[in-house]
Ligand binder design. Structure first.
Ligand SMILES: *Cc1c(COP(=O)(O)O)cnc(C)c1O
Length: 370
């Protein structure tokens, strides 16, 4: 937030606003990349794809821009059908939205009445407590297990009669760890079938763990499982806002009912279809990013960092009380990373130069640490 906006938020007003707003976690400003003489600055705090849009995707977006005087297709027909064909599921099981954050918002509103509970790991994706609280539901945050992994036993134990939704983020943002297929199955056996379980796979394309779950197969076998995916990360369309859920028909229909009309704009629809058509080309980029991730993780471990298995397009530094100091050290070298209180720092795998610099800064930081 800029100072102006912060001042405006603090100004007294006679207007009554919802009390839930006061309970929201404080907004942490996403700073622009720091600028330093002779040093290219990199913003590696938002897990964006460093590759620019493919020419084929840009062409389609340019064409679609010629019709922005018209409303988009409200039913998102062509994209829904393209996704259904690619995933091998009926189109009626797909519901799109403005980013998978938008779809998750719809899902919380479609499942939770006031005071109902949403269970998720913590730390996990920062949008979870915000969307839950805004919907009038209650976040139930279950601490991660050692190794920065989901504690699925504790999450199953946290389910009560008020629970309507459980969010499983795999790979987990910000710690980069996945849940295993077998432990997920055992967990799902313990969750009542009237509670919706979301598998948030925003980083699916970057996963190469052999024991990772096949979320679509899990969904197929269980009526309460919803798979959430996005075009923002691997497909590089973060600025256009488009994501989707795969859910059994009644849930998918509820998602469409609770959606903001025309939430997925026409440029996003066109770009998403073009990206599915260019999946092989995009996959080459994903593989490059995964190779870079592995290179960075190996270098950090070599330096002595204890890095958990990383399966997304970022690396997690579990720094504890050194979180702010490490973020400042990165900032001083032109790298804007994402600090999380006194838990740690998340840094996105980006351009090779940024990755190299991250490893350098991390090495120096560790060497200087008492
Ligand atoms: C980035 C991200 C999303 C999706 O974001 P959208 O841009 O709204 O599609 C969803 N879940 C997690 C865990 C993420 O990190």
């Amino acid at each position: 937030m800029t100072d102006d906006l912060a001042d405006a938020a603090a100004r007294p007003t006679p207007v009554r606003l919802r009390s839930a707003l006061g309970a929201l976690p404080e907004y942490t400003p996403g700073r622009p990349a720091a600028v330093r003489d002779g040093l290219t600055a990199y913003k590696i705090s938002s897990n964006e794809n460093p590759f620019p849009p493919l020419p084929s995707v840009l062409d389609v977006v340019r064409d679609a821009a010629g019709s922005v005087n018209r409303y988009p297709d409200m039913a998102v027909t062509a994209l829904t059908e393209a996704l259904a064909a690619r995933l091998g599921v009926p189109a009626a099981r797909i519901s799109t939205g403005p980013g998978s954050v938008g779809v998750l918002d719809q899902l919380i509103r479609a499942t939770c009445d006031d005071g109902d509970e949403v269970v998720f790991a913590w730390r996990s994706f920062e949008a979870y407590p915000i969307l839950t609280t805004l919907a009038g539901a209650v976040p139930v945050q279950v601490p991660l297990a050692p190794g920065a992994r989901h504690d699925l036993d504790a999450m199953a134990a946290a389910v009560t009669e008020r629970t309507r939704l459980v969010l499983v983020c795999t790979p987990n943002n910000p710690t980069g760890t996945t849940v295993g297929a077998a432990e997920l199955d055992a967990f799902l056996d313990r969750v009542p079938s009237d509670v919706v379980v979301v598998l948030d796979e925003a980083y699916l394309e970057f996963v190469d763990a052999p024991d990772a779950p096949d979320a679509l197969a899990v969904h197929e076998a269980r009526p309460n499982v919803v798979v959430l995916r996005t075009f923002s990360k691997a497909y590089g369309l973060a600025g256009l806002r488009v994501g989707y859920a795969v859910a059994h028909e009644p849930v998918a229909a509820a998602l469409r009912t609770s959606a903001l009309p025309f939430g997925v704009n026409s440029l996003a629809q066109a770009a998403a279809i073009a990206s599915l058509d260019a999946a092989d080309e995009l996959d080459v980029r994903v593989k490059e990013l995964v190779a870079e991730r592995e290179r960075v993780v190996a270098a950090l471990r070599e330096q002595g960092w204890d890095v958990p298995d990383q399966q997304a397009n970022f690396v997690w530094f579990g720094l504890g009380d050194d979180t702010a100091a490490f973020a400042a050290a990165c900032e001083a070298e032109g790298l804007t990373v994402r600090p999380y209180g006194t838990d740690g720092v998340r840094a996105t795998i980006a351009e090779t130069e940024a990755n190299d610099r991250l490893v350098e800064v991390a090495g120096r930081f560790l060497a200087a640490r008492p």
